[in-house]
Design a protein around this ligand. Structure first.
Ligand SMILES: Cc1cc2nc3c(=O)[nH]c(=O)nc-3n(C[C@H](O)[C@H](O)[C@H](O)COP(=O)(O)OP(=O)(O)OC[C@H]3O[C@@H](n4cnc5c(N)ncnc54)[C@H](O)[C@@H]3O)c2cc1C
Length: 448
């Protein structure tokens, strides 16, 4: 049996995730093979030691933070066995790079893909900008090798029925990562289960041919209504992503990229194409909807696209700098609403009386409103505002989490959209899978 690491100096590096929630653990296991994962699980099970699966800790919800017990790190399960066959601990972008070198494409693209693991993306059913066209991680996973809480190690796919009672519920009709997925098969139950139903040690993926050409552009709009009317038409014209930046976000970007013009908002689109770039068609569309068309930044090559992505990725960094400077925590939403309620949700965001920057996946009507409190009083105000906005999103038929999941920090928000009977059904499933509730205890929902 693999010896646990108990050196506090080593453990220290595993006790927080990107939410900055701090936890504690007595021991750490770093298995090198699925069989070792099963041994660790069996050891924890026989002693009723809680076990938290930890991968790259980019979770923003405290999901990978242990609250006592053992940590099971997937970091050494890091082999790409074949183009469609990869270990859970491999960094997602490394795997995608390997696949792309062979002319193939694995679409899921969380913004954290250079830092997060394949298994983490599966456990969180991670999404990204390209989810607008390709959906979240789920449809790109064909099968998974899983160590279940019972310590059984096996491959599962969509033909593997669930041995546990499956809760029946209808997810909101929006992009959502809140709660256990209502599936009768084991693969879909494990995907998005945030480490509650087992350890994903290896997956078989579904790949596409790598798109030959991608046209990327950043277009600026003088008013909210011009942006929304363009968005309405753009959604139907087949881009693979439509990303939004509000005035506050553009101001933050301008701090780093001065040539960004003053505008109400901007949209960044990526359009895959075979032959000539459909530049004229998109330019006409922009003009038709009163965009500031001449300021549009267009790139057609990988280098240019990487620069635009760097602009997009500079935003969370700029937000974090402000938060660190102010010495408080960020309050960031992850709500998605039905398309027809998006304008209403944006108006609610406008009414927030604290500094904000709003950006994200507007193609899916899924935005991140970052509330930037200057002090602890404003932090309390920001949290109260968050709760009001969560209630509004749910009342509109939306979700409290479009992609980041529930973890430890958003359990109260999940209760806004799931009735008590559903929590009971989820608990019954969890008890059937893991009677001593050792895996991910305190994540998503509690034993009672
Ligand atoms: C800057 C930034 C940008 C982000 N952008 C996005 C985004 O665009 N879209 C998005 O969806 N998310 C995003 N995230 C959230 C996060 O990156 C993703 O959810 C990611 O999938 C987590 O992967 P990880 O390897 O870091 O997992 P961890 O944070 O280590 O773990 C997350 C959860 O998954 C469980 N877990 C991890 N690996 C396994 C495994 N092999 N088997 C079973 N359970 C496991 C853990 O127990 C935990 O519950 C972002 C985070 C940051 C910090």
């Amino acid at each position: 049996m693999l010896a646990p690491i108990t050196d506090p100096a080593i453990l220290e590096g595993y006790l927080r995730d990107a939410s900055n929630l701090a936890g504690n653990a007595e021991m750490l296991f770093r298995p090198r093979a699925a069989e070792e994962v099963a041994e660790v699980m069996s050891w924890c099970q026989s002693r009723a030691v809680p076990v938290t699966v930890t991968a790259k800790r980019t979770s923003t919800t405290g999901a990978s933070v242990p609250m006592g017990g053992a940590l099971l790190s997937t970091e050494l399960l890091a082999t790409v066995h074949g183009l469609d066959d990869v270990d859970g601990g491999v960094i997602l972008a490394d795997y995608q790079g390997e696949v792309e070198r062979h002319g193939l494409f694995f679409p899921p693209d969380p913004t954290s893909r250079h830092d997060c693991s394949v298994g983490g993306a599966v456990a969180c059913n991670a999404s990204g900008a390209r989810t607008f066209k390709y959906g979240p991680t789920r449809p790109w996973i064909e099968a998974a090798e899983v160590v279940f809480p019972s310590s059984e190690l096996r491959w599962v796919d969509r033909a593997t029925p669930s041995p546990w009672p499956v809760p029946r519920w209808t997810e909101p009709r929006v992009k959502t990562a809140a709660g256990l997925y209502p599936a009768g098969n084991l693969l879909d139950l494990v995907i998005g289960s945030e480490g509650l139903l087992g350890v994903v040690t290896r997956v078989r993926t579904r790949l596409l041919p790598l798109p030959r050409h991608v046209l990327t552009f950043l277009a600026f709009f003088p008013t909210r209504s011009s942006m929304l009317s363009f968005l309405g038409e753009a959604r139907g014209a087949g881009p693979r992503c439509i990303e939004y930046f509000d005035r506050g976000s553009l101001a933050l970007i301008r701090g780093r990229v001065p040539e960004v013009p003053a505008a109400d908002s901007a949209l960044m689109l990526e359009v895959e194409h075979e032959g000539e770039a459909p530049l004229e068609e998109w330019y006409e569309r922009l003009v038709r909807h009163d965009a500031i068309a001449d300021d549009t930044i267009v790139v057609e090559d990988e280098g240019g696209r990487a620069k635009l992505h760097a602009v997009r990725h500079a935003l969370p960094a700029a937000v974090n700098e402000i938060i660190v400077r102010n010495g408080v925590q960020k309050v960031g939403t992850d709500f998605a609403v039905p398309h027809e309620r998006l304008a209403e949700m944006l108006e609610l965001y406008d009414r927030v009386r604290l500094p904000t920057a709003c950006f994200g996946h507007i193609g899916d009507s899924h935005l991140h409103l970052n509330i930037l409190p200057a002090n602890t009083e404003e932090l309390a105000q920001g949290r109260a505002t968050y709760l009001e906005l969560a209630r509004a999103a749910v009342a509109m038929g939306g979700t409290v989490s479009g992609e980041h999941g529930i973890g430890r920090l958003k359990k109260a928000h999940l209760a806004l959209m799931a009735p008590p009977e559903l929590f009971e059904a989820w608990r019954a499933l969890k008890r059937a899978a893991d009677p001593a509730w050792i895996c991910g205890r305190g994540v998503m929902f509690d034993p009672a």
